[in-house]
Design a protein around this ligand. Structure first.
Ligand SMILES: [Zn+2]
Length: 127
């Protein structure tokens, strides 16, 4: 698979551009982008050690410095998405990974480095 690299600064400028054109629906779009990425990571993650290998893949692709998946909660440091508006793409990645393992979930980011928290914290609840 071929990848392209863009800087965090470029990504945030692109996000502002899209948000200017699309308004609030842009956040939903970012979440959906994240689910596409998360589904691909889920497809290639090890079946036996799913969340451990998924965490390495998420970090390896540059979305976080580190992410830990726990029962009902994921904690990330160094999110590529971190900003005032939170991490919508990473929230989508997290949702897709949990849904791969346990069916439909709702994921909320309750703390974000972009708003001054120590980590980004995602609470995962089964639907
Ligand atoms: Zn965040």
């Amino acid at each position: 698979m071929r990848y392209v690299k863009i800087s965090r600064d470029e990504a945030q400028k692109i996000a502002k551009l899209h948000e200017g054109a699309l308004g609030k629906s842009y956040r939903d779009l970012l979440f959906s982008e994240g689910t596409i990425i998360g589904k691909e990571i889920a497809r290639i993650a090890d079946r036996e050690r799913f969340f451990e290998t998924a965490a390495k893949l998420v970090a390896g692709r540059g979305w976080t410095d580190e992410i830990v998946f726990e029962k009902g909660r994921a904690i990330a440091t160094g999110s590529f998405d971190a900003g005032e508006r939170g991490c919508e793409r990473l929230r989508g990645i997290v949702a897709a990974l949990y849904e791969n393992q346990s069916g439909k979930v709702d994921v909320q980011e309750t703390e974000c480095e972009g708003r001054g928290a120590d980590n980004c914290v995602f609470i995962v609840k089964k639907r």
